[in-house]
Design a protein around this ligand. Structure first.
Ligand SMILES: Nc1nc2c(ncn2[C@@H]2O[C@H](COP(=O)(O)OP(=O)(O)O)[C@@H](O)[C@H]2O)c(=O)[nH]1
Ligand SMILES: [Mg+2]
Length: 119
């Protein structure tokens, strides 16, 4: 599948070059970069209290995301593979804090970070 996708990318790229369609050339270049980095996003979307965090914890095999009956996750929480457990808080102004997993709920819950006041 990887190989046939690579072939498709090559064909689309060569066609877009022949036709000089910059938008397609840029798009295919982006897709090729994403594809070669071996990273994809699985996005879990849904209304409050619908079990998104519970579902994500189940996939992870680890209860690292807080779950509960009141709306809990108030900010976008991104989980990625790693051997060690680490948590980074990314602030709107670009600042980054390294925190302990036990402190995660201080940032991503409505109770401890209402309306994302910590930004
Ligand atoms: N009955 C039932 N409750 C669930 C299920 N999944 C999650 N819950 C409960 O629903 C509540 C909200 O779950 P949570 O994962 O925090 O929801 P989120 O806001 O979508 O992330 C929690 O009390 C969970 O225990 C399910 O499949 N069935
Ligand atoms: Mg949640």
């Amino acid at each position: 599948m990887r190989k046939s996708l690579d072939e498709i990318f090559e064909r689309v790229e060569s066609i877009s070059k022949k036709l000089s369609v910059k938008a397609i050339e840029d798009a295919i270049s982006d897709i090729k970069d994403k594809f070669s980095s071996n990273v994809f996003y699985l996005v879990v979307l849904g209304q409050f209290k619908r079990g998104k965090s519970t579902f994500t914890n189940y996939i992870l095999g680890n209860d690292m995301l807080p779950t509960g009956v009141v709306p809990l996750t108030s900010v976008i929480t991104k989980v990625q593979y790693s051997i060690d457990v680490w948590v980074k808080v990314l602030y709107e102004d670009g600042m980054i804090d390294n925190i302990d997993i036990k402190e995660l709920d201080l940032y991503c819950t409505e109770k401890n970070n209402p309306q994302n006041i910590k930004k």
